[in-house]
Design a protein around this ligand. Structure first.
Ligand code: HEC
Ligand code: HEC
Ligand code: HEC
Ligand code: HEC
Ligand code: HEC
Length: 429
């Protein structure tokens, strides 16, 4: 409204200048002067009455409604109306979201409307205390968006063109779980299975990628994920890094229904890879070999959230989670069996430490034994004949240093574990 008035005044002045220039200069100057005062008034007024101040007054009213003690209600009159900000130099966070989202850490606000509501993630509470201190780590670390902004649209940054990290959707279509892996390595490790409460979408999607799908195909039989897997399809480990723009520039967006966005591409590609990447002579592309997993929309959304989470974390180690890791035991037995295609959980328990390590790390993705396993690297059945112990130890510690250009990863193995592995390999021949 005020913007329209300002615009009208400016247009009026231009017309006035044309009409009055020759006729009455003093009237013209008077008009300029009055307009200037009004325009100045408008800017000052706008600056003094930003929306967030109304929002904060609304919060005070809400608090007053919930309060019965008159002394405390009296105190609310002194509630400071001011910008609230979480600032963390090391994390690179300057988040003013709490300027409007005042009740995120106030359990009294459980049923309050947005933007006042208590943060919905009950799992973020432990013994009545929040495990993630919002005042310390801010909000954009999980939600993305533009932390410094003090208007809703700018802060949520969903419709700002070229803003690299718009806020994730929330609610039923929430994707903030894509951020958990920045600090919770238990979600990215290739060392088998760990649970993280509250990251159910990511864990379900991981189960799916590890072969718990109708086709019983693992994504790493074509893709690489965090250094493990094949190379016939793009490496997924950095999928989360490309901005909307970079993604559009490097992908064929022609076959996407609705808005041509990175999310829609990934979502529709999961539901029907051949629809999104078909054969097209004009564009010079071939139909993708990625199988149609016939998954549900719900699973496709979870998988998109998972691949969005795949990126290098910029979070300094001291802010990350360093737990004793809880294993997903029940599932683990099943997965090991699927991995090896050989063992029941009971049989698995009886294996030697070396063989367990071989399955756990998963050496089988690249190597085969007795013809079973990956074909990317030498079959290891007879390796005990080819290589002596000293060579193997050196090789385990740093494969490329021993075999030029080897892409075998440098696993973080202890000396003890290396011994166990060698003992196992030697028993094979
Ligand atoms: C100027 C006030 C204001 C600021 C600043 C603000 N928000 Fe909001 N936010 C709102 C309001 C009002 C709503 C209620 C829903 C609506 O009107 O869209 C909301 C809703 C939300 C929602 C739930 C609904 C949705 O659209 O997903 C999330 C999540 C959210 N805000 C996160 C943030 C984060 C993160 C920041 C900081 C980067 C932030 N907000 C900064 C005012 C604000
Ligand atoms: C540790 C990660 C994390 C941090 C930090 C965090 N949030 Fe959230 N937030 C979530 C998750 C996960 C959800 C569930 C829905 C989703 O996926 O977005 C959520 C939901 C919300 C919602 C409700 C959306 C709805 O659907 O009702 C709002 C509002 C919100 N957050 C605001 C904030 C604000 C403001 C901050 C900073 C003070 C913040 N969050 C910090 C992870 C986080
Ligand atoms: C900025 C880094 C960071 C991000 C992002 C983050 N966490 Fe955490 N999380 C931590 C740290 C550090 C702790 C340990 C806090 C403590 O115990 O004081 C923790 C603890 C937890 C705990 C309690 C675990 C336990 O055993 O005590 C859960 C559950 C959890 N986080 C879930 C999540 C989920 C779900 C997300 C994504 C929505 C997430 N976290 C995102 C750093 C992070
Ligand atoms: C038979 C091989 C094969 C399997 C199995 C496979 N993919 Fe793909 N995938 C491809 C190929 C080839 C492409 C690139 C061409 C295309 O489809 O656009 C691709 C593309 C992708 C992309 C887009 C990557 C990018 O950066 O452009 C994602 C994400 C993806 N796959 C995820 C998965 C997931 C998750 C699974 C397991 C559920 C999986 N794929 C299983 C072959 C495969
Ligand atoms: C990403 C694929 C990959 C994974 C995973 C992998 N390797 Fe390898 N490995 C290779 C390649 C490639 C070579 C051949 C080049 C070389 O000597 O480094 C190799 C060589 C070897 C050799 C020497 C073979 C010979 O005949 O000279 C041994 C022993 C070996 N790997 C054991 C393992 C064990 C044990 C694991 C699991 C802890 C493992 N590898 C995991 C790719 C892999």
């Amino acid at each position: 409204m005020l913007n329209q008035i300002a615009l009208a005044i400016i247009i009026l002045n231009v017309i006035g200048a044309v009409v009055l220039w020759k006729r009455d200069k003093s009237l013209l100057y008077a008009m300029f002067a009055i307009s200037l005062v009004i325009l100045f008034g408008i800017t000052t007024f706008k600056d003094l009455t930003p929306k967030w101040k109304d929002i904060q007054r609304g919060y005070v009213r809400l608090l007053a409604e919930k309060e019965t003690d008159p002394v405390k209600i009296e105190k609310l009159n002194k509630f400071p109306i001011k910008i609230r900000q979480a600032w963390n130099y090391e994390l690179g966070v300057t988040d003013r979201c709490q300027t409007c989202h005042l009740g995120v850490d106030n359990p009294q606000m459980k049923d309050a409307p947005q933007p006042y509501a208590f943060h919905p993630e009950a799992h973020l509470l432990k013994d009545g205390r929040m495990v993630h201190a919002f005042n310390d780590i801010g909000c954009t670390i999980c939600h993305e968006g533009q932390g410094r902004a003090t208007t809703k649209d700018d802060a949520h940054a969903r419709d700002i063109q070229h803003w690299a990290t718009p806020m994730y959707p929330s609610g039923e279509k929430g994707m903030s779980q894509a951020s958990c892996a920045k600090c919770h390595e238990e979600l990215t490790g290739t060392e088998g299975y760990q649970i993280l409460e509250g990251a159910d979408m990511i864990m379900d999607a991981r189960d799916f990628t590890l072969g718990q799908n109708d086709l019983e195909i693992k994504c790493v039989s074509c893709h690489s994920i965090y250094g493990v897997g094949e190379v016939v399809a793009p490496d997924l480990s950095t999928f989360g890094e490309s901005t909307e723009h970079e993604f559009e520039a490097t992908h064929i967006m022609n076959f996407i229904e609705g808005k041509k966005s990175k999310y829609n591409w990934a979502f529709q590609h999961f539901l029907d890879p051949q629809k999104v990447t078909p054969e097209d002579e004009k564009l010079g592309i071939e139909e993708t070999i990625m199988p149609n997993f016939e998954m549900s929309k719900d699973m496709a959304h979870k998988l998109v959230t998972l691949v969005y989470s795949m990126k290098e974390s910029a979070v300094p180690v001291k802010f990350r989670y360093r737990p004793e890791i809880k294993k997903r035991e029940a599932k683990r037995g099943r997965i090991q069996k699927e991995i090896a295609g050989l063992y029941t959980p009971e049989e698995y328990e009886k294996l030697s430490e070396g063989e367990k390590l071989f399955l756990k790390y998963p050496c089988w993705v690249c190597h085969s034994i007795n013809g079973k396993g990956g074909k990317l690297a030498p079959d290891l059945t007879k390796v005990g004949k080819r290589r002596n112990e000293a060579w193997m130890i050196k090789h385990f510690k740093d494969p490329p240093a021993i075999t030029k250009k080897s892409f075998m990863p440098k696993f973080k193995l202890t000396d003890e574990q290396i011994k166990e592995l060698i003992t196992y390999l030697k028993t094979l021949q």
